[in-house]
Design a binder for this molecule. Structure first.
Ligand code: GLC
Length: 516
């Protein structure tokens, strides 16, 4: 049996507001994405994940959904979505949409009805509790506000639960009608032909109906990073069943925002829950060999025994970009080699292939309640005024160096980070070992990580020097450099040493004697 496409895919995350504006209002849109598909085809990714584009009051920039089956006019229309999907498929690109099952917008008609009265037939679609106005029902904290995860509704004199903003009330997945309605929203997109979903905070949908306090020692942590109730697993199995009603390998990628790989592992691997789950501990690791080694070991130890296929991510719309976190382009380049050399499905965040840093956003221009504006800066496509965006000043400031660090300029420069990503993606596509092969550590000096990937006759070695000094790191046998993070020495024999912040992928230079 052949492996499902998502195991060997590289998925590219698009935050539609920030990608490209075709309508001229300063906010990216679906038509803007469609016009830039040539960039993705040229780069060589296999699929895209589109962050939410649904009708929304935009309190959380689209993660507050007012209609799960539509497109916000800011982003376009449903027929523009269909056209984008058709163009992606024609170009061999898969499309994942972002599904936000834990909560809706407070403007969603379901919540408007639920809130209207205690007798509303939709009252129980959300999580309402009695209490007195000065004392929330439990000690749960919301994300972003760091206040209680509860808002008092004066009209009906009850509290409602929201793990995020008060404008994002939590759905009650304990109610079978909610389950049915949410399954319907999946079918809506599956019928249109999407290849799968990125599922927002999917570990939060199951909750203990007793809503017990969290232990005092973790009480300051938002409950969205703690909730790990067994009910979620049964609900996810139901969701998996919906995907399996459809032909093709439709994929469920869960955002399981629990900061232990051990906990994440339980959400997949047995063939009946998620296909893939994000694992964030590596994203929060500093740029240090020992830290990365520990995070990778954890994946090997916790995911492999369950047959849970790993995922890797360095940047997304919720965190400072890795170029910013690691502090230099040289490190961002080495990190790209690391990301694309590991065993598992890598996720790229639009703009990382340009080596973008977070934008500096003045207090006056800050918009996000979670302080995540910097990584959501618009993508600069060219050096021209407007950087390839139609018309108006974009909704957030440009990232640093947009005049030179833009897609057009970097595409023309054979030494650029963009061309490095392209070489790495081409290499991965051509190498069964990199896509699907086994993983084994090789001995390496302090500050360096070295590993071997192997699949059938295809063998590769990946080396990453996290240090700021050159490092002698011999690998037994004769090896030839396929791709080097700084472009140096490609196609030449491996000299047995690495420059500071340099990472390499290599293959045996002769068939004999180069393997171990
Ligand atoms: C996820 C999203 C984040 C959003 C939150 C609430 O963590 O990645 O952007 O704010 O869920 O939906």
């Amino acid at each position: 049996m052949s492996e499902p496409w998502w195991k060997s895919a590289v998925v590219y995350q698009i935050y539609p507001r920030s990608f490209c504006d075709a309508s001229g209002d300063g906010v990216g849109d679906l038509e803007g994405v469609r016009r830039r598909l040539d960039h993705l085809a040229w780069l060589g990714v296999d699929g895209l994940w589109l962050s939410p584009f649904y009708p929304s009051p935009m309190k959380d920039h689209g993660y507050d959904v007012a209609d799960f089956c539509g497109v916000d006019p800011l982003f376009g229309t449903l027929s523009e979505f269909d056209r984008l999907l058709a163009d992606c498929h024609a170009g061999g690109l898969r499309v994942l949409v972002d599904w936000v099952p834990n909560h809706t917008s407070d403007r969603h008609p379901w919540f408007v009805e639920s809130r209207a009265s205690r007798e509303s037939p939709r009252r129980d679609w959300y999580v309402w509790r009695d209490g007195s106005p000065d004392r929330p029902p439990n000690n749960w904290r919301a994300a972003f506000t760091n206040g209680p995860a509860w808002t008092w509704d004066e009209a009906t004199r009850q509290w409602y639960l929201h793990l995020f903003l008060p404008e994002q009330p939590d759905l009650n997945w304990g109610n079978p009608e909610v389950v049915r309605a949410m399954h319907g929203t999946l079918r809506f997109w599956l019928e249109r032909g999407v290849d799968g979903f990125r599922m927002d905070v999917i570990h939060c949908i199951g909750k203990d109906p007793a809503l017990p306090d969290v232990p005092e020692r973790v009480q300051r942590i938002p409950v969205s990073a703690l909730n790990d109730d067994p009910r979620s697993h049964a609900l996810i199995r139901g969701i998996r069943g919906v995907l399996e009603e459809f032909p093709g390998d439709r994929v469920a990628v869960g955002e399981v925002y629990l900061l232990s790989t051990q906990q994440v592992a339980r959400y997949y691997g047995r063939g009946d829950e998620l296909h893939l789950a994000f694992n964030f501990p590596p994203l929060f690791a500093p740029w240090e060999a020992s830290a990365w080694r520990a995070r990778i070991d954890e994946v090997v130890r916790k995911l492999d025994p369950r047959d849970a296929w790993p995922t890797w991510v360095l940047s997304n719309h919720d965190n400072p970009r890795h170029r910013t976190r690691y502090g230099s382009e040289a490190r961002a380049r080495a990190a790209a080699v690391l990301l694309l050399g590991l065993r598992g499905t890598p996720f790229l965040y639009a703009g990382e292939e340009l080596g973008l840093e977070d934008a500096v956003v003045s207090d006056a221009r800050r918009l996000d309640p979670g302080g995540r504006d910097g990584c959501r800066a618009p993508i600069p496509w060219s050096a021209a005024p407007g950087h390839g965006w139609a018309g108006a000043e974009p909704w957030l400031p440009w990232p640093p160096e947009a005049a030179t660090r833009n897609a057009e300029a970097l595409r023309a420069d054979s030494d650029s980070i963009l061309r490095l990503y392209r070489r790495l993606l081409a290499l991965r596509r051509a190498s069964p070992a990199l896509r699907l092969g086994s993983f084994a550590w090789l001995p390496a000096p302090e500050g360096v990580l070295a590993w071997r990937r192997e699949h059938g006759a295809d063998r590769r070695v990946v080396l990453v020097n996290f240090g700021t000094e050159p490092a002698a790191s011999p690998v037994p046998g004769a090896w030839r450099v396929d791709v080097s993070s700084d472009g140096a020495g490609e196609k030449a024999p491996y000299p047995g040493r690495l420059a500071p912040d340099q990472a390499l992928v290599m293959s045996p230079s002769t068939s004999a004697g180069a393997s171990r």
